[in-house]
Design a protein around this ligand. Sequence first.
Ligand code: ZN
Length: 289
Amino acid sequence: VPELPEVETIRRDLHRELADRRIQTVVAAAGRSIRRHPDAGGFAAALVGTTVTAVDRRGKYLVVRLHGADDRVQVSGTTLLVIHLGMSGQLLLTAAGEAPQVHTHVILGFGPELELRFVDPRTFGEMFVSASRGASAGEPPCELAHLGPDPLADVRSAAQLGRLLHARTTKLKPLLMDQCFLAGIGNLYADEILFAARLRYDRSAATLTTAEIRRLYAAITGILETAIAHRGSSLADEQYRDVFGAVGDFQGRHLVYDRAGRPCTRCRRTIIRVKTGGRSSYLCPYCQA
Ligand SMILES: [Zn+2]
């Protein structure tokens, strides 16, 4: 499941490859991948002729900012193409005309040599054109207004994180994964962050000391930034691919995730897996308190 580091890796590459390029054709299959649109024709019509100005990210969502195709659209502001990869979504840049692989739901054509393809076997992901036209630069589309602050872009100090955590009695791991609390962290990076911060998944957020909040802040920024530097994590299923089809490089650096029974890199005792609410958490029960 792509989380912030994987989505940010894709964002950076898409921004570099697509900025100032014009969407010339859109091929979309009606269905779950564009479920917010009543039909594929309306989805395509909103995009054809627009030019990419920037690719932004809000949590696990990509927001492609598009300049209007004609004066009417231009006057009314920016068109936003929002993309969520769900469980298994991939965005692949390919040469135009290559036979699409199975489960390709949307193809954006940028001219004779370049296409962006949305491939999603499990169809939990989606693409939609936001109706909130007129949003100024940097403003999220109204559909994403529920998302909490971005842990890298918006949370700038341990003190700020402490204020967010203050008075929250929720357990730490579900809170970190709550997209309304912080947007972008999922199951894998929550486990790695909590190990780095030496905190248990089931600590009540309200009980954290100032020193523990400082450790947590350092762990959030450190783990996410390092994972981005290594272009994200591809697990055994290799479902996560970057826009060039390559796997990430952070999976070999996980210290607890999917490492039950192996020695803790800090104390050499055994990493365990616990199941809560249908999810697995991996931790060292000695190092994390
Ligand atoms: Zn340990």
